[in-house]
Design a protein around this ligand. Structure first.
Ligand code: SAM
Length: 227
């Protein structure tokens, strides 16, 4: 196992080479990514790979996203501090921790209870008191915490779920990968009154969003054949 100093060095290199060099310049976001110990959010046998330029397995067939993707999706929310944010797809809790450094309060929802409990324990141990972890179907959002200035979905959806758009505050932003098994389009939706502006960012590859407004088991498998 590497020492804390060695992990800190790897983290610094990750931010410089994978994030800053690719054009992310928001000082608060860079500071957040410099401070969150990503290696403590992955299974112990994956810790030495935590700062590599890619996703990693976290159990239950799920992944923690590539650091650069975490940075881009967070950047698109344009958080200034104090906002209420919803994350759909807690996974390891790492993305929630980065959001917690930048916003006032983070609600995060995960469908696998085991992952949610592990993420909650990691966040508690590291002192993230402004993250609330829920277990459930995040494709329906978390109406109890709405409205949200930012919503981030870390799994691929067939379309932007209506419930999530409805839970956005005026001027709020939804960042979501939309598409099927062969790849998705990272989209940002911005609420303007009852209208939404949508822009396409770049192609991404995520695990499926399941649930009422997500992909059914067979649909996700068959989607590749339709294309
Ligand atoms: N943000 C996570 C992190 O920082 O580790 C990575 C998330 S992983 C790419 C996607 C997660 O979305 C998985 O943990 C998966 O179980 C979860 N997920 C899929 N469908 C969901 C749903 N309807 N509600 C809540 N979570 C869901």
């Amino acid at each position: 196992m590497l020492s804390d100093e060695e992990f800190a060095l790897q983290r610094e290199r990750m931010v410089r080479n994978q994030i800053e060099r690719r054009g992310i310049s928001d000082a608060r976001l860079l500071a957040a990514m410099r401070s969150v110990p990503r290696h403590l959010f992955v299974p112990p046998d994956e810790a030495e790979f935590a700062y590599q330029d890619g996703p990693l397995k976290i159990g239950s067939g799920q992944t923690i996203s590539q650091p650069y993707i975490v940075a881009v999706m967070t950047d698109l929310l344009e958080l200034k501090g104090g906002e209420t944010v919803l994350e759909v797809g807690t996974g390891s809790g790492y993305q929630a921790a980065v959001l917690a450094k930048l916003a006032g309060c983070v609600h995060t929802i995960e469908r696998f209870e085991g992952l949610a409990r592990r993420a909650q324990e990691t966040l508690r141990r590291l002192g993230f008191g402004n993250v609330i972890v829920h277990v459930g179907d995040g494709s329906l959002g978390w109406p109890e915490g709405a409205p949200y200035e930012g919503i981030i979905v870390t799994a691929a959806a067939p379309t932007a779920p209506k419930a999530l758009l409805e839970q956005l505050a005026p001027g709020g932003r939804l960042v979501i990968p939309v598409g099927g098994r062969d790849g998705q389009d990272l989209q940002r939706w911005v609420r303007e009154g009852d209208r939404f502006e949508v822009e396409s960012i770049f192609p991404v590859v995520f695990v499926p969003l399941r649930g009422a407004s997500g992909w059914g088991e067979d649909e996700w498998e068959r989607h590749a054949e339709w294309m």
